[in-house]
Design a protein around this ligand. Structure first.
Ligand code: C2E
Ligand code: MG
Ligand code: MG
Ligand code: MG
Length: 287
């Protein structure tokens, strides 16, 4: 009987795995089709200079609007795209879109000086082909590399991939800014950090959202900002959700801030209307 039960359990387990695999295939196919059919879009979230309150840049964030289902958040399909390798063409598409948008804004003189567009990179993208696509996207849109910031998570950066450091140095040699995303959630060694050509640390929002002065999280934010300063890097607080949190991160030494209190990610048109006074986008002020 025990054997029988075990066999049943095993086959149920296998059926479960098969179902999972099929579902993954379904979603992957839907995602590929979605990209072809214009269901994917890039939204933009503002980053401000804390001392002046002025716009400093934007982060490009991928959105998938599935017909009949609605918006699917990136956390629900990017891990899958990373597993299947589809993140490589998808990430290249995001880079192309974001830099095309940046070039268009620049051409219409909408950008404040020093504006930077941040684009997220997955570990699978960090290969030789990336350099070519970054160079092409910059060239095609008459941009300079300094207008681009590439975000790599702390976890990715500290992974043991042998080509990681090579890829990061190659990107930096192009002149693009490199930013360590979700900083504080991984385990960077300072020795390692010292050798990486990074320009910016982004304090993970888990340390910022809901944080009060005098708390351990506040001490951590101050420590990260201090570290950034020692290394000559800029420091961005992510996940600023209230006026109090904005004041707090300013007091703790963050030069830049991003979060729902400052502005949610929105379509390019809404972003331009709201943040750059673009008249052409002001017909759709609500989203
Ligand atoms: P991330 O790069 O750390 O991006 C910031 C995320 O925090 C965004 O979520 C943003 O909407 C959210 N956020 C910003 N301010 C606040 C706030 O005040 N409160 C809260 N609760 N959340 C806030 P989103 O757009 O859902 O993206 C999630 C993650 O998906 C991103 O985290 C990034 O790791 C990944 N992602 C998004 N777009 C891309 C992409 O084009 N390529 C890659 N490789 N990853 C992407
Ligand atoms: Mg990011
Ligand atoms: Mg982040
Ligand atoms: Mg994140």
């Amino acid at each position: 009987l025990a054997k029988e039960l075990g066999r049943n359990r095993a086959s149920r387990f296998e059926a479960g795995l098969r179902y999972q695999a099929l579902r993954h295939l379904d979603v992957e196919q839907a995602l590929r089709r979605g990209l072809e059919h214009g269901e994917l879009a890039v939204h933009y979230q503002p980053v401000i200079d804390v001392s002046t309150g002025r716009l400093h840049g934007a982060e490009a964030l991928l959105r998938w609007n599935r017909p009949g289902i609605g918006p699917v958040p990136p956390d629900q399909f990017i891990p899958l795209a990373e597993e299947t390798g589809f993140i490589v063409p998808l990430g290249e598409w995001v880079l192309g879109e974001a830099l095309h948008q940046l070039g268009e804004w620049k051409g219409r003189n909408l950008l404040p000086s020093g504006f930077r567009m941040a684009v997220n990179l997955s570990p699978q993208q960090l290969g030789a082909a990336l350099l070519t696509s970054v160079e092409r996207a910059i060239g095609d849109n008459d941009l300079s590399p300094a207008e681009l910031s590439l975000e790599i998570t702390e976890t990715t950066l500290m992974s043991e991939r042998s080509n990681m450091s090579e890829a990061v140095h190659a990107l930096a040699s192009l002149g693009a800014n490199l930013s360590i995303d979700d900083f504080g959630t991984g385990y960077s060694s300072l020795a390692h950090l010292r050798h990486l050509p990074v320009h910016q640390l982004k304090v993970d929002r888990s340390f910022v959202s809901g944080t009060e002065a005098g708390s351990r999280d506040a001490a951590l934010i101050a420590a990260v900002c201090g570290l950034a300063q020692e290394f000559g890097l800029s420091c961005v607080a992510e996940g600023v959700e209230s006026a109090e949190e904005l004041q707090l991160v300013a007091d703790l030494g963050c030069g830049y801030a991003q979060g729902f209190h400052i502005g949610r990610p929105t379509s390019a048109a809404v972003f331009a209307a709201r943040w750059m006074g673009d008249q052409a986008g002001s017909e759709h002020p609500q989203s």
